[in-house]
Ligand binder design. Structure first.
Ligand code: BG6
Length: 433
């Protein structure tokens, strides 16, 4: 850790919102409990709500308790964490709205501004920070997705942010990249010799990437109704997963080397034409039903009026390069689906010729590599095996060669980290990996 890169204050915009309360503040507490936060780091929550420092601390305590359950909050760690916590009410939408932050941040030389806000505020916050003299050369800014609704709005936002912060000070967060299992994809692909010769269109038939959620949109609809599943999940999380599966080996693990390989994959994606969109995509929206034995409302009921935003989307995408030509990638994601599952399934081709006859010929199935990211972390390679027995006709059955990360790495003191913990730590240390 380079001492001079360590941030000294983290200003959390949208501090009373869902993301900050459910993920960001608990992540900071856990980092602190593990002794990973710089000693001098202060955390300043800010939002439009007028509340006292004590009320903010109490709300944060509740959020931390909920996240830590069933384990209790570590009181010593909490005392350390709460001493860092401050709150300043400020209206990011007004030109002079951020003046109020000055006193809380003025002594910091390496502030981080984390925008857990609607992207429509990104430009005004950056200008406000500049006007208040807070966007110094050491300041970092963290942006949550989606950065715009389309190319035009995305460019406009990036330009506004870029006028205030240089590119190396801008951190665009995708929390999927902080997940242990997502990081493990790199280890699996590039730390094992036998996948690489098979990792191409000679051997792989297709790839399926699924992010199924049982949760509905609920009170997040004001945000969700503007973006939908395609912008909320596909253009960020799912394309990151696709890039990790499809990219060439990077020269090393430095941010630029990895990014270069990912960008090459994205550039090779065959663009959808209008005609393709009808053939290669499906959009849907959940209606009322039963999930996990509970009756749940339709999206339109949560929203309070009809809407044509999609809560489910499935796409077939093609990567036009030597490695992947002819291998479809099927991406699908949705809310209020019957089970929660994030999974990457690599479906291999059938053997070129079957020597098996009779029933065994029909038993023969192509191999699959199934990488479960959530809720359980599991990697299974499905292989064909002879079913035991003395019968005259040989029978085959698929059996998994299994790497259960849950069992291998569980045990006392092992906690499944929130993906944001790693990302926050990276930003605090000044690493854009
Ligand atoms: C967020 C989306 O980025 O990711 C949410 O905005 C979604 O709509 C969430 O529920 C899923 O994340 P995870 O880590 O639970 O798979």
């Amino acid at each position: 850790m380079v001492e001079t890169a360590l941030a000294d204050v983290l200003v959390l915009f949208g501090a009373t919102g869902d993301l900050a309360q459910r993920m960001l503040l608990p992540s900071l507490y856990f980092l602190d409990a593990d002794g990973l936060l710089p000693e001098r780091l202060r955390v300043v929550g800010t939002a439009r709500t007028d509340m006292s420092r004590e009320d903010f601390q109490a709300a944060t305590r509740k959020a931390v308790e909920e996240r830590a359950a069933p384990e209790p909050v570590d009181e010593e760690a909490w005392r350390r964490f709460v001493a860092r916590l401050d709150y300043v009410g400020a209206n990011a939408a007004e030109p002079q709205g951020l003046e109020a932050l000055k006193t809380a941040v003025c002594e910091a030389s390496r502030p981080i501004f984390y925008l857990a806000l609607s992207p429509s505020f990104y430009g005004s916050v950056c200008r406000g920070l500049q006007a208040a003299g807070l966007a110094g050369p050491q300041a970092r800014i963290v942006l949550e997705k989606p950065i715009g609704r389309d190319l035009k709005s995305s460019r406009a936002i990036n330009q506004l942010v870029g006028e205030v912060f240089s590119e190396d000070r801008i951190y665009r967060i995708d929390h999927y990249l902080g997940k242990e299992t997502v990081q493990n994809l790199m280890a699996l692909r590039f730390g094992n010799i036998f996948f690489e010769p098979l990792w191409n269109n000679q051997t792989i038939d297709h790839v399926q990437i699924t992010v199924a959620e049982t949760e509905g949109v609920g009170e997040r609809w004001p945000y969700y109704d503007e973006y939908g599943a395609l912008r909320d999940m596909v253009q960020n999380h799912m394309l990151q997963l696709l890039c990790l599966v499809a990219m060439e080996p990077p020269s090393d693990l430095q941010p630029d080397a990895v990014r270069t390989e990912k960008v090459k994959v994205l550039k090779s994606l065959r663009p959808f034409t209008r005609a393709d969109a009808g053939m290669n995509s499906v959009r849907g929206q959940y209606v009322a039903g039963v999930v996990g034995g509970q009756t749940v409302a339709a999206y339109e009921t949560e929203r309070g009026q009809p809407s044509d935003i999609e809560t489910f989307v499935a796409l077939r995408v093609d990567i036009a390069n030597w490695r992947w030509a002819g291998v479809p990638f099927f991406l699908r994601t949705g809310k209020r689906l019957p089970e929660r599952r994030t999974q990457i399934a690599i479906q291999f081709k059938s053997v070129p010729h079957s020597i098996f006859e009779g029933a065994a010929r029909a038993d023969l199935m192509p191999n699959r590599l199934v990488i479960d990211l959530q809720p359980d972390e599991d990697i299974e390679l499905i292989l064909m095996n002879k079913a035991p027995g003395l019968g005259q006709s040989l029978r085959l059955e698929p059996l998994p060669l299994s790497l259960s990360l849950l069992h291998t790495y569980s045990g006392p003191g092992r906690r499944r980290r929130i993906a944001y913990e790693r990302l926050l730590l990276d930003v605090i240390c000044g690493s854009s990996t």
